[in-house]
Design a protein around this ligand. Structure first.
Ligand SMILES: Nc1ncnc2c1ncn2[C@@H]1O[C@H](COP(=O)(O)OP(=O)(O)OP(=O)(O)O)[C@@H](O)[C@H]1O
Ligand SMILES: C[C@@](O)(CCOP(=O)(O)OP(=O)(O)O)CC(=O)O
Length: 302
C-alpha cells in the first residue's frame, strides 16, 4: 500500500445515555453469551445527563485495535470487547466515499484496525451502569463506522455480549430485555416499550452518594448470587411469578403512566435485588448508610 493511501482516517462519534433498571437483571444462565435468568425493564436517561461519548476511527495506518477510556489506554483483550468487535466486523458492508476517494469492501473491513476513545461523564464502575452506556455506545458507533445495516434489535444482542444491561441503552424511553429461550442467544434482545416522549413529565433524580469503584462488580456479584442464593431462585423462577408478574405489571404501569404502580414496583424490585445480594455468600453490600437513609425518606415524605 502506498504512503498516500495510508493517510485517510474515517471517524464516527456517538453518544449513549445510561439506563436505570426498574425491574432488575441479576443472574445469568450463560456467562459467555450473557444470557439472563429473567426479563428486565429500564428507563433510559436523557443523553445530556449521564452518558458515554465514544469516537471510533479506522485507518490503513493503524496496526492494531486500541482503546482509551476516560483518557487512559485500556486493554481490548477481554472477551467481551473481542466478541463485540468480531460481531460488528462480520456484519460490515461495503463503504464508498467518492469525495475522499475511500472505498472499503466487506472483506477489507476484516483487516482494518480501529482506534476507540470513550468518555463517561459520570463515575465509571461505581454502580451507575457505565458498562451499559459504554458497550451500547461502542457497538452503535462501530456499526455506523462499518456501515452495518442490521436493525437495533440485532445491535442490542451484540451490545448484550459486552454487558447485559447495555442492550437496553440502545433505545430511548423505556426498554425491555427479553431473556429469550434459545441456547445461542438469538432471541435474547431488547425492544422499546415506549419512546422518550411517552412520559415526559416523569423526572428521574440521580443522587450520587459515592463515586468510589464498587467492591464487587456486577458480573462477579451475580455469579456468586446464582451459585449461592436461594432467594434468587425464587425471584427469577417462572413458577414463582415474582419477576414474571412484575414485568407484566410494570409494562402496564408504563403504558398508563401510572406513577403509584410504577414506583411501588420499582422500589419492591430494587429492595428484592438488594435482599438477594445480602442472601449471597459472601454477602454483597451495594447500599451504604446514605443510600439507606435516602431509601427510607422516599417512603416517609415530610
Ligand atoms: N465508556 C465505556 N466504554 C467501554 N467499556 C466501558 C465504558 N465504561 C465502562 N466500561 C466497562 O464497564 C466496566 C464497569 O462495569 P460494572 O458493571 O462493573 O460497573 P457499572 O456498569 O458502572 O455499574 P452497574 O453495572 O452496577 O450499574 C468497566 O470496567 C469497563 O470494562
Ligand atoms: C444491578 C444491575 O444494574 C446489574 C447490571 O449488570 P451488568 O449489565 O453490568 O452485568 P454484566 O452483564 O455482567 O456486564 C441491574 C440491571 O441493570 O438490570
Amino acid at each position: 500500500m502506498g504512503e498516500e493511501s495510508k493517510k485517510w482516517v474515517l471517524t464516527v462519534t456517538a453518544q449513549t445515555p445510561t439506563n436505570i433498571a426498574v425491574i432488575k437483571y441479576w443472574g445469568k444462565r450463560d456467562e459467555n453469551l450473557i444470557l439472563p435468568i429473567n426479563d428486565s425493564i429500564s428507563v433510559t436517561l436523557d443523553p445530556e445527563h449521564l452518558c458515554t461519548t465514544t469516537s471510533v476511527a479506522v485507518s490503513p495506518s493503524f496496526d492494531q485495535d486500541r482503546m482509551w477510556l476516560n483518557g487512559k489506554e485500556f486493554s481490548l483483550a477481554g472477551g467481551r470487547y473481542q466478541r463485540c468487535l468480531k460481531e460488528i466486523r462480520s456484519r460490515a458492508c461495503d463503504y464508498v466515499d467518492e469525495k475522499k476517494g475511500i472505498k472499503i469492501t466487506k472483506k477489507e473491513w476484516e483487516n482494518l484496525h480501529v482506534h476507540i476513545a470513550s468518555y463517561n461523564n459520570f463515575p465509571t464502575a461505581a454502580g451507575l451502569a457505565s458498562s451499559a452506556a459504554g458497550f451500547a455506545c461502542l457497538v452503535f458507533a462501530l456499526a455506523k463506522l462499518m456501515n452495518v445495516k442490521d436493525d437495533l434489535g440485532t445491535l442490542s444482542s451484540i451490545a448484550r455480549q459486552g454487558s447485559g444491561s447495555a442492550c437496553r441503552s440502545l433505545y430511548g424511553g423505556f426498554a425491555k430485555w427479553i431473556m429469550g429461550k434459545n441456547d445461542n442467544g438469538s432471541d435474547s434482545i431488547a425492544v422499546q416499550l415506549a419512546d422518550e416522549k411517552h412520559w415526559d413529565d416523569l423526572v428521574i433524580v440521580i443522587a450520587v452518594v459515592s463515586s468510589r469503584q464498587k467492591e464487587t462488580s456486577s458480573t462477579t456479584g451475580m455469579r456468586d448470587s446464582v451459585e449461592t442464593s436461594m432467594l434468587i431462585q425464587h425471584r427469577a423462577k417462572i413458577v414463582s411469578e415474582v419477576v414474571p408478574k412484575r414485568i407484566v405489571e410494570m409494562e402496564e404501569a408504563i403504558k398508563n403512566r401510572d406513577f403509584p404502580s410504577f414506583s411501588r414496583l420499582a422500589c419492591a424490585d430494587s429492595n428484592q435485588f438488594h435482599a438477594v445480594c445480602l442472601d449471597t455468600l459472601p454477602p454483597i453490600f451495594y447500599m451504604n448508610d446514605t443510600s439507606h437513609r435516602q431509601a427510607l425518606s422516599a417512603f416517609s415524605p415530610s
